[in-house]
Design a protein around this ligand. Structure first.
Ligand code: C2O
Length: 357
């Protein structure tokens, strides 16, 4: 099918079956899934660079919208002169939701599996020892492991191959959600305990949309420091701050040949690591968890912003047919309308939900 020349308006998918995203650490022995996931990426990677579905272009979309590559537009489509930056504000959650939505659709279409879903990296889970590690499916499968025969059938080509990641943070290390953990060399037990505390503080304890999602970002807001291009003066929500830890920790920080902390640790390269999309699936899931929390203590239920400026913000993405699609924020707020469910993680979620200090 030839791509259309003009942008089309986003339409909700017709949901015949739910597409259920599953936790990455539970998929390590699912030979069929891991091979499919790899194959989808191999095909995506083999597309020519001028195809918006290609891995290169998918990675570059993330890079462009966090490195001031475009200018904001008004509704009449004239440019405002201010760089477009989709982090550090209320656009962070909706924009990344749609980024992974289209990414996942493209992967699924390349393997002719409309039900394909990305796995989520369930790093908030302190119940399963492997959940907060870099998931096995993004690492080379080691033939000496317990399920060696099954693993021998796993073709883990693209998800691992040559990724720039910090060698000191491989399993059994777990992702710490507090900055002190690395400076002070905490034990894994201490990290787990503190992770629960961080999750409580960053998710449960944030009652307003502004605290959790980030500050307003409207036409004529410049959140890029005019003196220091590329440096933001925006207002991140707690969900974004907690998400930063995974980026920093996975990247090659401190390696003198790679001072930029690529891939995951820097905007420019983050989208080059397939783990990035799985990390964002968990952030996306946590947005749902936040909204579903019971009000408690006489508080009102946690709700998204309802400002007109927020709801009417428009993003553009290429879809699996190479069409350019315009999506409004108001269409992104309920992931069920996108046909997406998350496998419930009741026990591990409630561990931090109930971790009141
Ligand atoms: Cu666009 Cu995890 O950042």
């Amino acid at each position: 099918m030839r791509p259309r020349r003009h942008p089309i308006q986003f339409q909700f998918p017709k949901v015949k079956r739910w597409r259920v995203r599953r936790p990455a650490h539970e998929l390590a022995n699912d030979v069929e899934y891991v091979n499919k996931y790899n194959l989808a990426y191999e095909r995506m990677n083999a597309l020519p660079a001028d195809d918006p579905r290609s891995f290169l272009r998918q990675w570059h979309v993330h890079c462009a919208f966090c490195r001031d590559a475009y200018l904001q537009r008004r509704l009449n489509f004239s440019a405002t002169g201010f760089p477009l930056q989709l982090h550090y504000s209320w656009t962070f959650l909706p924009w990344h939701r749609m980024l992974i939505y289209f990414h996942e659709k493209i992967l699924g279409s390349l393997i002719h599996d409309p039900d394909f879903t990305l796995p989520f990296w369930n790093w908030d889970n302190q119940l399963d020892a492997t959940a907060a590690q870099i998931p096995q499916i993004f690492l080379p499968y080691n033939q000496t492991q317990r399920h060696a025969r099954r693993h021998a059938r796993i073709r883990n080509t693209f998800l691992y191959q040559g990724k720039h990641r910090n060698a000191d943070h491989m399993p059994p290390e777990i992702l710490p959600l507090a900055w002190e953990a690395r400076r002070e060399n905490w034990t894994r037990d201490k990290i787990r305990e503190e992770n629960l505390h961080q999750m409580y503080t960053m998710v449960v304890d944030k009652k307003s949309a502004r605290e959790f999602m980030g500050g307003p970002y409207t036409t004529n807001t410049n959140i890029t420091d005019p003196q220091r291009p590329g440096v933001s003066v925006g207002e991140s929500g707690s969900c974004e701050s907690v998400h930063d830890h995974a980026h920093e920790w996975v990247g090659l920080s401190g390696n003198t040949d790679h001072p930029d902390n690529e891939d995951m640790g820097v905007f420019t390269y983050a989208g080059r690591d397939p783990l990035f999309y799985s990390h964002h699936a968990n952030i996306d899931r946590l947005w749902n968890v936040w909204k579903a929390l019971p009000p408690g203590d006489g508080q009102r239920k946690r709700k998204d912003y309802d400002d007109h400026d927020f709801l009417e913000t428009v993003f553009e993405f290429f879809d699996e047919n190479q069409d350019l699609v315009q999506v409004k924020v108001k269409d992104t707020l309920d992931s069920r309308k996108l046909g997406i469910l998350y496998q419930p993680m009741v026990h591990s979620d409630s561990l931090w939900i109930n971790h009141k200090p």
